[in-house]
Design a protein around this ligand. Structure first.
Ligand code: HEC
Length: 174
């Protein structure tokens, strides 16, 4: 147990007061070896402390922020696969007045997660729908349809990115 070994190395004189500071040198004659002893003491102590920190750290992590990070990464990678061809960096290469930036979303009445979901699911104009039950066929993508939860995640992702002015997502290259 790391915690146990932390206690042990604090109290065990063999570890903390080891005289085998430097095997090749003779008896300590100046303050330097003492300093080395202290260094050695810290070195002995460091791994158990690190182990204890590592063991304890999951308890200290905020599970909400971890989950959110994962979702953004997944949203970004979905976006990268399905949307980036027309909406690179939140723009719109087909219809410049219908970008995924807040001002366009607002003007076009698509500035809520629900509306973004609808447009992504059923398509609109020259934007194909990606929903599994998207109809009519001509309005839907010829590529792979997306499960509902992926579209939900995409809607959350697009909304979040729009609110923040489409910052680059680390780890996703475009
Ligand atoms: C083939 C090109 C194309 C692809 C791929 C595409 N879109 Fe679009 N998207 C468009 C076009 C064109 C519009 C404008 C539609 C209109 O208003 O008539 C649009 C509009 C939108 C809008 C509304 C924007 C606004 O300001 O009105 C949202 C939200 C959107 N797309 C999300 C997505 C998402 C999410 C994906 C990926 C799942 C995606 N799009 C994939 C072409 C595309």
């Amino acid at each position: 147990m790391p915690l146990l070994s932390l206690v042990t190395s604090c109290t065990n004189p063999k570890l903390s007061l080891s005289t085998k500071v430097n095997g090749k040198e003779g008896e300590p004659q100046n303050p330097a070896p003492l300093l080395r002893k202290q260094v050695k003491f810290v070195k002995n102590l460091a791994p158990p402390i690190m182990a204890a920190i590592l063991v304890l750290s999951p308890i200290c992590n905020d599970p909400v922020s971890v989950a959110q990070t994962v979702d953004i990464q997944r949203g970004a990678s979905l976006f990268h696969q399905a949307c980036i061809g027309c909406h690179d960096a939140g723009g719109n290469v087909i219809q410049p007045g219908a970008t995924l930036f807040s001002k366009d979303l607002q003007r076009n009445g698509v500035d809520t997660e629900e509306e973004i979901y609808r447009v992504t699911y059923f398509g609109k104009g020259r934007m194909p729908g990606f929903g599994e039950n998207c109809t009519p066929r001509g309005q839907c993508t010829f590529g792979a349809r997306l499960p509902d939860e992926d579209i939900k995640l995409l809607a959350e992702f697009v909304k979040l990115q729009a609110d923040q002015g489409w910052p680059k997502i680390q780890g996703i290259e475009d």
